[in-house]
Design a protein around this ligand. Structure first.
Ligand code: UT7
Length: 318
């Protein structure tokens, strides 16, 4: 049976660090409120003055993932960028990446908008597309520059989000496992939405925090359980649970409800904030660099966000 494995990961975060104390200079908030309610201590924003943009984050994360995988751009058959904050609607971020890295013209390139669930959605979409692609490697990037859609007069949203990108290279081969992905959407729920980058009116992210919190604590444990059921394994057989970093309290709730070992569910929200589609792959890459994920590791990922969307998947490292 054909399936997929992760060959390598990469990430890129901008240079400008915004601490909670920095946020308190912009809106009426405090380090104490933000850190106890969310676990966030700092986040990073792109700085155009030093040449940082959505495009550069995507390019750097993708190049690092390819290097870690030992794969050349010419070998990539599918290139997906999960995002809703790209620099341009068209060319898509994936097409810009094709040009930046010199991937062949017959690489399937497009952007995918499933907000914070985008990277996990993207893994599943890549798994589905690879059988029809020109080459058996997929580059899946999750990247968002949320600082572009923040209302910096709204303390209930602006303190939560940051910018960043992460990427993974998948290989499709005989004998590799399926991702056992689960996914869903609920388009009539307006508790989290952004009208669109480039609109004449400010295109800010709008959120009913408590409603999204309830949604998240419903779908995160559900995604986990469903993926484990599909894979026919127990939580003990998973090396790491990589959850979307929106609020440490959401992860803690899910970990407790599922009875997971907290040591397998480490997060990084303290220094990233919520980077939307970047969140899962940045954490994945940090764990790889910390030596906590590597060859043979099995990782269960789950994300949720605007749409509303959610997705879960189980992947193995080659
Ligand atoms: O990727 C998916 C995206 N989003 C999420 O997953 C977010 C899910 N929701 C959450 O994480 C939490 O609901 C928040 C962190 C957004 C808010 O935490 P909360 O414990 O649900 O707080 P709350 O909305 O109930 O607000 C409590 C109080 C309010 O004041 P009053 O009405 O009690 O006087 C808010 O006005 O905290 C106030 N507040 C703040 N105070 C200081 C809201 N934001 C801030 C702030 N600083 N930044």
């Amino acid at each position: 049976m054909m399936g997929v494995k992760i060959l390598g990961t990469g990430s890129a975060v901008p240079s400008r660090v915004m601490t909670n104390d920095d946020m308190a200079k912009i809106v009426e908030t405090s380090d104490e409120w933000i850190s106890t309610r969310t676990g966030i201590r700092s986040r990073r924003y792109c700085d155009a003055e030093v040449g940082e943009s959505h495009r550069t984050l995507v390019r750097d994360a993708a190049a690092r993932a390819l290097e870690a995988a030992g794969i050349e751009p010419a070998q990539v058959g599918v290139c997906l960028v999960a995002t809703f904050t790209a620099d341009t609607c068209t060319p898509s971020a994936a097409c810009l990446l094709q040009a930046d890295l010199g991937m062949p013209e017959d690489t399937l390139c497009f952007d995918l908008n499933a907000a914070c669930a985008g990277f996990v959605y993207g893994l599943h979409v890549a798994e589905c597309l690879l059988p029809g692609a020109a080459r058996p490697y997929a580059l899946v990037v999750g990247a968002d520059t949320l600082s572009r859609v923040m209302d910096f007069t709204d303390r209930t949203t602006c303190v939560l989000f940051g910018d960043g990108a992460g990427a993974a290279v998948l290989e499709r081969a005989e004998g590799y496992p399926e991702l056992h992905a689960v996914w869903g959407s609920r388009g009539d729920d307006t508790s989290l939405y952004a009208p669109g980058v480039g609109c004449d009116d400010p295109s800010y992210l709008h959120m009913d925090g408590r409603a999204v919190f309830r949604f998240a604590t419903e779908v995160m444990p559900r995604c986990t359980t469903e993926v484990l059921e599909r894979a026919g394994i127990s939580a003990d057989e998973v090396d790491r649970f990589v959850y979307h970093q929106a609020n440490k309290r959401i992860v803690d709730y899910s970990v407790k409800k599922l009875g997971l070992d907290p040591a397998k569910c480490e997060g990084n929200i303290d220094h990233t904030g919520n980077t939307s589609a970047g969140s899962v792959p940045i954490l994945l890459d940090e764990l790889v660099h910390a030596g906590k994920l590597g060859s043979g590791s099995r990782v269960l990922m789950a994300g949720f966000g605007a749409g509303l969307t959610w997705a879960g998947a189980l992947a193995e490292f080659a």
